[in-house]
Design a protein around this ligand. Structure first.
Ligand code: SF4
Ligand code: SF4
Length: 199
């Protein structure tokens, strides 16, 4: 029918207009900042560094492998390695970052750093109230400013964080079982007497 598309479009507009007064799901405008809509789990803004436990310095998962620094398209991650190593979640000694900065004025929130990190150490935050008039000072975040607890990760991305925890716990259990089996095999090995030497 001629004009059917226009009628359909107008009906949809009318449905959304009326719904914006009556249906909370269609209410697209709130009086921010007094009112806030809950953020979706898939929301992402800038990256943060995950730490386990209470102490952000001891618990940082990052091992300064610099993969994210190499892969970041606009090159806004800056990392230098610390000479001192610290144990990771499996107890293995690993490098740690001495410097880990992200220039959020350049970051384009692509999440590539998160996808390439083999250590589940960097994730996307949902914080968006970061505006400042100091373009060069306040938007260059150092590792202390980037550090967020695993509890924070669970709060903003609960499904993803639970999957990561389960995977890391599985890897840890596997490594512990392997070490136990190796220790048992070494203990079961017969100790041969020393060979007699010719007089
Ligand atoms: S989100 Fe993208 S642009 Fe931002 S630091 Fe990560 S890789 Fe770089
Ligand atoms: S955040 Fe991940 S990829 Fe980047 S340096 Fe640390 S461990 Fe490596």
């Amino acid at each position: 029918m001629l004009g059917a598309g226009i009628i359909k479009g107008m009906a949809e507009t009318a449905r959304n207009f009326i719904g914006s007064y009556t249906d909370a799901n269609l209410l697209v405008t709130v009086e921010y900042p007094e009112q806030r809509l809950p953020l979706k789990e898939s929301t992402r803004n800038f990256p943060f560094l995950v730490f386990d436990g209470e102490d952000w310095q001891k618990g940082l998962r990052c091992v300064a492998c610099q993969i994210c620094e190499k892969e970041c398209p606009p090159q806004c991650i800056f990392i230098t390695k610390d000479a001192a190593k610290k144990p990771d979640y499996m107890g293995k000694l690993q490098f740690q970052p001495k410097v880990f900065d992200i220039d959020t004025s350049v970051c384009m929130s692509c999440q590539i750093c998160v996808e390439v990190c083999p250590f589940e150490a960097i994730k996307m935050d949902t914080e968006f109230e970061l505006s400042t008039d100091n373009r060069f000072g306040d938007l260059l975040l150092n590792k202390e400013q980037l550090a967020r607890s695993n509890e924070h990760y669970h709060k903003i991305h609960p499904t993803e964080a639970a999957e990561v925890d389960e995977r890391l716990a599985g890897e840890k259990a596997k490594a512990e079982a392997k070490a136990k089996a190796a220790a048992a095999a070494a203990a079961a090995k017969p100790v041969l007497p020393p060979k007699a030497t010719a007089p």
